[in-house]
Design a protein around this ligand. Structure first.
Ligand SMILES: Nc1ncnc2c1ncn2[C@@H]1O[C@H](COP(=O)(O)OP(=O)(O)O)[C@@H](O)[C@H]1O
Ligand SMILES: [Mg+2]
Length: 352
């Protein structure tokens, strides 16, 4: 169970930040580099509710290509209606964006093997998400982290969606990732509510942009809000500039991921097969032995826990001030239950 020590939070050494979140080192002493804490401020119970998927998804997503949430703590501000959410995460060395910027500055392009390895980790993490009906929605270099061994891990499930029902439409208002990485059908004039197969293909577009940019040793190359013909011309131009530098099957694969027509765009399973067929000698596949029954378990627990948390928070916000103050304790209790269930999952896997 995560016991949060506020004095370990190094708020003077911010490692990164986004719209509502800041990430700080979390350390016992100056030699302790294992953890960070992501702090999200929620102005009221509604904002807290909308942050819950990030906590619970991060907590249950357990895959070598993802940054796991190892614990969390929710603090109610006694003076007003706001909350602070603290999520404990393993500390990563850098973002893929910083890595790319350094390489660009040093004019030190990635080798094909380096690209294929990042690509494979990225697509395996996304396959894990999609097979659990989770769609990331914000894949880009600043949400992809590199650990000390040089492995890529997907972070920031802040706008990820878990879509259980086959046909339900997901409203994306205000939750779209940046237009340089989002698929054209998600931004601009075509933007509307989407079914989950569209969300899956949108993640594929974003991965295509990430890999295109690694190959090009540059970033922010596309703009999905451009008219289609201009965007298509940009994509063609960028792909053409890779010819002769990279294997033609890699360029073709990126091209099929950057198909403007999302129906024609590849899905993750096909991409994984292509990489495995063409580049098996470049891959390190030891980490890919996953237990399929565990994936189902993750999903079941997620649904259950998120419902419980939502109910508790809604009840607490509707009731009296005194009861509102009990919110933190109620959530702590659920937190213990989540930890226990997760431990049970792990025991089952160990026994498997
Ligand atoms: N586990 C981590 N280790 C080191 N730095 C991190 C970690 N997680 C996030 N960061 C840094 O903080 C930034 C913001 O984190 P992120 O989870 O993407 O939050 P946001 O939802 O605000 O975008 C990242 O781009 C990265 O620079
Ligand atoms: Mg982010």
């Amino acid at each position: 169970m995560f016991k949060f020590h506020k004095d370990r939070l190094q708020t003077k050494q911010k490692l990164g930040s986004g719209k509502f979140a800041s990430v700080f080192p979390y350390q016992k002493d100056t030699q302790d580099f294992k953890w960070v804490v992501k702090r999200i401020r929620a102005d009221d119970a509604d904002a807290l509710l909308s942050s819950l998927p990030e906590i619970v998804l991060g907590f249950f997503c357990d895959h070598p290509c993802m940054v796991p949430v190892k614990g969390y703590f929710i603090e109610k501000d006694s003076n007003n209606e706001s909350f602070n959410i603290y999520m404990k995460l393993p500390r990563m060395k850098e973002t893929l964006l910083n890595n790319l910027k350094d390489r660009k500055r040093d004019k030190n392009p990635y080798s094909e093997q380096e690209i294929i390895r990042y690509f494979y980790s990225l697509v395996c993490g996304v396959q894990y998400l999609h097979s659990n009906k989770i769609y990331h929605g914000d894949l880009k270099h600043d949400n992809l982290l590199i650990d000390n061994t040089g492995s890529l891990k997907i972070a920031d499930v802040g706008i990820a969606k878990h879509v259980e029902e086959e046909d339900s439409y997901q409203t994306l208002t205000g939750e779209v990732g940046t237009y340089q990485y989002s698929a054209p059908e998600i931004v601009g004039a075509d933007r509307k509510d989407h079914k989950k197969d569209v969300l899956a293909k949108a993640d594929v577009w974003s991965m295509g942009v990430v890999i295109l940019e690694l190959c090009s040793l540059d970033f922010r190359l596309l703009n999905s809000s451009l008219p289609r013909d201009q965007l298509q011309a940009r994509v063609n131009e960028r792909l053409a500039s890779l010819e002769g530098k990279f294997d033609s099957s890699l360029i073709l694969l990126i091209k099929k991921m950057l198909n403007l027509d999302q129906k024609e765009r590849l899905d993750v399973e096909v991409i994984i097969n292509e990489i495995e067929n063409h580049y098996s000698e470049m891959l390190d596949r030891d980490f890919l032995i996953l237990n399929p029954s565990y994936q189902a378990q993750v999903l079941k627990e997620y649904e259950h826990q998120i419902e419980m948390l939502k109910k508790q928070i809604q009840e607490a916000s509707e009731k009296s001030e005194v009861e509102k103050r009990q919110l933190t304790e109620q959530i702590s209790q659920i937190k213990i239950e989540i930890s226990q269930q997760k431990q049970q999952n792990e025991d089952q896997i160990a026994a498997f």
